[in-house]
Write a protein that binds this ligand. Structure first.
Ligand SMILES: [Cu+2]
Length: 417
């Protein structure tokens, strides 16, 4: 009877060990394999994410050692002092042992003190201003992001002469500290690019300091992490870090007004549709509908645009749209010739002319079929593509466009390099 009992508990222990080993190996693998999982917080690709990692690792190790010690002691004691049928003695009691009582009060306090010092030091590092950083205001809107680059460093972010306003994708130079100031235009959002830093709330009426830096060129993804209404889950974010020279070229191009379509072309028709179908009451295309109108009473000049829709001046320089959940075109092949890029954008021989859609680092990765949506579908009815409360003035309404208008608009939007 006794032998059978021991066999059963041995077998039970073995099963528990195997299950534990399986779970630990799975968790371990998924934590450190970042492939295709850009939202893991444990794979830093910039100095601030690394700062956080430098706190997480020692705390994790301290907690792990304590876990093993405590669980080991529990298992040992449960086994060593288990009730035996032929013994009815109670083990020696330790209650009132002063040395032990003081020891197990002071030891955890000391450990927590170490963790507290490390944590406060990390917070101070992350909150420190960087004198030479470039500065961008990051503004959450239902359900996309607007960016204002303070190019002349005067602390003013909405001066169209000296600041750049873009949307959807935050483009930064590699290996450069970027100070960001988060704010919200409607409700509270939260900006979070886990590979570059932690989260920062974007609160209406406030400007919260944060900063990011990417060691390597690449695409870094994130997700709004403060519930912000109907399409909160569809409010992604994307940072594109470029080599310095490419960034400078990107910036020079962004500062230009929109490309004027060739007279008589389909794109030129699209521009007319843009101006005539209400698009221009919400969206801004610099050089097209950025004329200001003076208020007859106060004389204050302002734009005729609502400002609550993404800037489309260089729409086609971005790879994603609508809160980075859809791709506007196939990704460019690295080192592609202009002919290949043009052919790729036109959808000709995609396999040869476009980049590998599985490559996460490429703009507008259409690897996920759910996201590989045509711009046409968006214009046909955006409310089907993304839940929005357009009747309530949130998001983009269905404008009931005809197919000819959609074709022309797509040609125009794709020409806005
Ligand atoms: Cu949001």
């Amino acid at each position: 009877m006794k032998g059978k009992h021991r066999l059963r508990s041995l077998f039970g222990g073995f099963v528990v060990l195997v299950i534990t080993a399986l779970v630990v190996s799975q968790v371990w693998a998924s934590i450190f394999d970042n492939d295709g999982k850009p939202l893991t917080t444990l794979s830093p690709r910039g100095q601030y994410a690394q700062t956080i990692q430098n706190l997480v690792s020692p705390v994790f190790i301290i907690a792990g050692v304590i876990l093993v010690l405590v669980m080991g002691a529990v298992l040992y004691i449960a086994f060593r002092f288990r009730e035996r049928p032929d013994e009815d003695e109670i083990p020696a009691q330790l209650h009132g042992n002063t040395v032990l009582e003081i020891g197990w009060t002071l030891a955890p306090a000391a450990i927590l003190l170490v963790v507290a010092v490390l944590t406060v030091a990390t917070i101070a590092d992350l909150e420190a201003r960087e004198p030479d950083a470039m500065k961008v205001q990051v503004e959450g809107q239902q359900w996309w992001w607007a960016f204002r680059y303070d190019l002349n460093d005067d602390g003013v972010y909405d001066d169209p002469e000296n600041d750049l306003i873009t949307a959807t994708e935050l483009v930064i130079p590699e290996d450069t500290v970027v100070e960001i100031y988060t704010t919200g235009n409607d409700v509270i959002h939260s900006y979070w690019i886990p590979e570059l830093n932690g989260k920062k709330d974007a609160v209406p009426g406030m400007r919260n300091f944060w900063k990011i830096q990417a060691d390597e060129p690449g695409v870094y993804r994130g997700q709004c992490t403060e519930f912000c209404g109907l399409s909160h889950a569809n409010m992604r974010m994307l940072v594109r870090a470029l080599p310095r020279a490419e960034y400078n070229a990107w910036l020079a191009n962004q500062l230009e007004p929109a490309v004027e379509p060739e007279e008589g072309s389909l794109a030129a028709e699209g521009k007319d549709v843009y101006l005539n179908q209400l698009c221009s009451s919400c969206h801004l295309i610099r050089g097209v509908n950025d004329e200001k109108v003076a208020d007859p009473e106060s004389g204050v000049e302002s734009l005729l645009v609502s400002g609550i829709a993404p800037d489309l001046t260089h729409f086609s320089s971005r790879g994603t749209f609508a809160g980075s959940i859809f791709n506007s075109h196939y990704p460019d092949k690295p080192g592609a010739t202009p002919e290949e890029v043009a052919a790729c954008r036109a959808g000709e021989n995609v396999a040869q002319n476009c980049g590998d859609p599985e490559d996460e680092a490429l703009p507008g990765n259409p690897a996920n079929p759910a996201y590989n949506v045509d711009l046409e579908d968006w214009l046909r009815d955006p409310t089907v593509m993304k839940p929005m409360a357009a009747d309530d003035g949130r998001g983009m309404p269905n404008l009931g466009l005809g197919e000819d208008q959609i074709d022309a608009l797509v040609a125009y939007l794709n020409s806005l390099k």
